[in-house]
Design a protein around this ligand. Structure first.
Ligand SMILES: NC(=O)c1ccc[n+]([C@@H]2O[C@H](COP(=O)([O-])OP(=O)(O)OC[C@H]3O[C@@H](n4cnc5c(N)ncnc54)[C@H](OP(=O)(O)O)[C@@H]3O)[C@@H](O)[C@H]2O)c1
Length: 323
């Protein structure tokens, strides 16, 4: 089978596509024939050794996938041929991947592999952030930075399901058009418009109740300065590369909260609440209220290009590798 390998830390072009022996499941594990694996920003960071999780070298990147069970290890009830979605952390950018059977969820008949692969991390993160950590309520206003990206667009959709007014901020008209299609009520192009002035104008000077920030860098401070009374500022990620520093008096002046979001640890520490979040979202999908957007599909051999597109802000919604 073929797999993308990271033999040394470095940029996407240092990844290699290699042939390796078929995988064999251990007790409690399955081997999955990967049909689609989603690309997430942490994949870009992990291969450069810039992420909190540091798998030992060499490894195959790729955190989540959908596919068909090929072989099941001792004590596993999932039969070969079962269509599943799985969160694996690493190992998804390959023709075969190893997963704990407990990390696999059977896919409903007819579910599209690419859409299923692209769901768990983005929507898990944004549900935990917006519902659980921010407690966003109907009638409130949420500003989403990097709103056309993977977690950003999921936050836009979840905000609309909850009955909030959603302001989407992104770096191009094309990206903002995607945000409007997915429900954003108003938009800000932060490469051409003054972020603070536009937030003020769009909220009658009151500021948003919730700010969802997966970008960091230069946008964080002007956004936090604009937050409303009792606002909740969600610290989700730093795609801009720079971890911002914020003067804490700003929190005092607005009675505002800085709220950290770490979905991976939430899912590990509070699995029942995480399962309840996914059950709620499955209901929303069934009602047609969430429509995960896969904007582009790449061959396994083009994985480095997919990661470069993500690192250079070229991606909207989710992108997937189809081995
Ligand atoms: N806390 C958690 O539990 C958790 C979970 C998953 C992901 N994350 C983090 O959330 C962030 C977004 O992840 P994602 O998978 O949604 O990524 P993504 O699809 O690439 O979205 C990131 C967005 O950030 C913006 N951006 C601004 N400056 C950028 C730069 N220099 N390079 C790349 N993008 C830039 C881009 O939008 P514009 O061009 O419109 O600015 C882009 O759409 C990452 O930092 C990731 O590590 C956190």
């Amino acid at each position: 089978m073929r797999a993308i390998r990271c033999n040394q830390y470095g940029p996407p072009d240092s990844l290699t596509l290699e042939d390796s022996p078929d995988l064999v499941p251990g007790p409690g594990q399955v081997v999955i024939d990967v049909k689609a694996a989603a690309v997430n920003f942490p994949d870009v960071l992990i291969i450069e050794n810039k992420y909190q999780m540091k798998p030992p070298l060499p490894f195959t990147p790729g955190a989540e996938l959908a596919g068909v069970v090929r072989a099941a290890g001792e004590g596993v009830k999932l039969a070969p041929g079962t269509r599943v979605v799985a969160y694996v952390g690493t190992g998804a950018f390959a023709e075969q991947a190893l997963a704990d059977a407990s990390a696999c969820v059977a896919l409903p008949e007819g579910a599209d592999f690419a859409t299923a692969a692209a769901f768990t991390l983005a929507y898990g993160t944004s549900h935990h952030a917006v519902v659980d950590r921010a407690g966003l309520r109907a009638g409130e206003t949420m500003l989403v930075l990097g709103a056309a990206g993977g977690v950003g667009l999921a936050a836009v959709e979840i905000g609309k399901v909850l009955g909030a007014r959603v302001i989407a901020a992104a770096s191009s008209e094309e990206k903002l058009e995607v945000c409007r299609r997915f429900g954003a009520d108003a938009t800000i192009n932060y490469s051409t418009e003054d972020l603070r002035e536009r937030i003020k104008a769009l909220t009658d000077g009151k500021g948003p109740d919730v700010i969802y920030d997966p970008v960091g860098g230069e946008y964080a401070e002007p956004a936090f300065r604009s937050i409303g009374w009792r606002g909740r500022y969600l610290v989700v990620g730093f795609a801009n590369g720079e971890i911002p520093r914020l003067p804490l008096n700003l929190a005092l002046l607005k009675g505002a909260s800085l709220v950290g979001v770490f979905w991976g640890d939430f899912a590990r520490r509070e699995p029942q609440r995480n399962a309840a979040a996914f059950a709620q979202m499955m209901g929303w999908i069934g009602e047609g209220k969430l429509k995960p957007y896969v904007s582009k599909r790449y061959r396994l051999a083009d994985t480095a290009q997919a990661l470069k597109d993500m690192a250079s802000r070229k991606v909207t919604g989710k992108i997937v590798i189809e081995p």
